[in-house]
Each structure stands twice: as C-alpha cells, then as structure tokens.
Design a protein around this ligand. Structure first.
Ligand code: ADP
Length: 251
C-alpha cells in the first residue's frame, strides 16, 4: 500500500507566483537579455512545466523564481508578497519557508544520513525542535523511504536519492515546489516512479513548477509554458492534444 502524503499547510488566496514585467539582463559587455519582461500567474495547486531549448533562459527563470537571483526589472510576488522589496536575509527566510527545491543532481550532503539531510532543510523553518524530527520522519515515510532513514546517500540508488530530495523539499510544506530537470539523472523506471510521486504530491495540493527539456516530464504537468530567446509564452490548454491533458497524466 502506498504511504499517505502530507498536504501543504495552507492554500493562499493570491496566486503562488505572480510575475509583473519580470526581466533579467546580465551585464555585459554586451548585456544579455536572458529573460524579457514576463507576466505570469501560477495559482495554488497548479502543476506547470517550463520548457525551452538550451540557452533559452530556463535557468535564469528558475533562479528568479527560487529567489536565488534578483530581477533587473519588474516584480515577483510570492504568495502575494512582493519579493523585490526584501533584503537578502528576508529573501533567504522566505525561500527556506515557502520554496522546496528538487535539483537534477539531488544536492544531498554525502556524509549525512537521509534523515539528517531532510532535517537540515528544516533549520530554515521555525518548527520547534521536537516537531522537526517527526516531520522529517513523516516526509521520508511519505516518499517510501521510512526503512532507509539512516542510510548515507552513497548507499542509496539515484531514484532513492531523488526521493530523499523530494522529502527534503516537502518537509516544510512549501507553497511552491521548484524542480529543475528532476529526472535528468534517473533511468526510465526511476524517472517514471519519480514523476508518479510528483503527480501524487500535486493531487494532494502542492503547487509544482518543473523546468525540463523532456516532453515526457512536461506531459505530467497541467500546463506548459515555453521560453525561447528569453521570451516566456503560455500555451493555452485548448491547444493541447487530448492525450497530453492532465487527466491523462493523473489517471
Ligand atoms: P538555459 O537554462 O535555458 O540553458 P540560461 O538561463 O542559462 O538558459 O541562459 C540564458 C542566456 O543568458 C544565455 O544566452 C546564456 O548564455 C546567458 N547567461 C546565463 N548566465 C549568464 C551570466 N551569468 N552572465 C551572462 N550571460 C549569462
């Protein structure tokens, strides 16, 4: 039987993500307009894929959405909060509390157990210490790794490492799960299992943004946004073939 997954702590009324003319130009010379002014709203519970060829601006967008970089123009509201007004400390705190990251390369600490890796994510949160351990155990249980909590990442398979990373991302019950090529280092079986897990997390209410060049991964999302030469465009749902719809992926 599949373990129960946790749900996000609150579903806010404003969009989780709202971009208003958000842009990023890298200073030159010559300046590189990596993200042209973009408007976008992603509502709570949505599941969005961002696709585009290499060099199109995906990483730039990921860094902006993840509050790892600042825009050169426009604004980014996360849960209705304008992030452009925040200093570094507040941005880090907001990032730690509201965003769960899942990277292609897992980014687990090699000399820490699976449980410790998940616990460390909670340092950025304000959960009392006793509750932290329980939350970390539950997060690992929910991704089917309750029996490997004391394992070091070096003794885990790629699929298991990515599930630890997912547990770490969801333990703070973030408003946004931001995934960067989450299946990029996985074989097809583990990739399918991982995408199944993301589908289930979305079904419990997590808002997910997946950056990927893989159409198979993008097909799991409810909608796809494309980026080309720094220009973001949303593809209307009606344009999508029936088999490409979320009902198919979520069935
Ligand atoms: P992708 O992730 O889709 O491959 P990126 O967001 O990494 O694309 O890059 C978008 C554009 O911005 C590319 O032309 C890239 O060369 C350029 N770029 C990325 N980072 C920098 C940087 N730090 N300084 C200057 N140009 C950059």
């Amino acid at each position: 039987m599949r373990p129960a997954l946790p749900t996000p702590s609150a579903l806010p009324t404003p969009p989780v993500i709202e971009l208003r003319g958000l842009a990023r130009t890298y200073p030159g010379p010559p300046p590189v307009p990596a993200l042209r002014p973009a408007d976008l709203a992603i509502e709570a519970g949505d599941y969005v894929a961002v696709t585009g060829p290499s060099g199109s601006g995906k990483s730039t967008l990921l860094h902006l959405l993840g509050l790892l970089d600042s825009p050169t123009a426009g604004s980014y509201l996360l849960d209705g909060l304008d992030t452009s007004a925040l200093g570094d400390k507040d941005r880090s705190a907001l990032r730690g509390r509201r965003i769960g990251f899942v990277f292609q390369a897992f980014h687990l600490l090699p000399y820490r157990t699976a449980l410790e890796n998940v616990l460390l994510a909670e340092l950025y949160n304000q959960t009392p210490r006793g509750g932290r351990l329980q939350a970390a155990v539950e997060a690992l249980d929910s991704v089917g790794l309750g029996h490997r909590m004391d394992a070091l990442p070096t003794t885990l398979s790629g699929g298991e490492c990515q599930r630890v990373a997912i547990a770490r991302a969801l333990v703070n019950r973030p408003s946004l799960m931001l995934c960067d090529e989450p299946t990029g280092n996985l074989d097809s079986t583990n990739a399918a299992a991982l995408m199944g897990l993301l589908d289930r997390l979305n079904a419990t209410g997590f808002t997910i943004v997946v950056i990927t060049h893989d159409p198979g991964v993008a097909a799991h999302a409810r909608r796809t946004i494309t980026i080309s030469d720094g220009v973001l465009s949303t593809r209307p749902e009606a344009d999508r073939p029936e088999a490409d719809r979320p009902e198919a992926a979520h069935a």
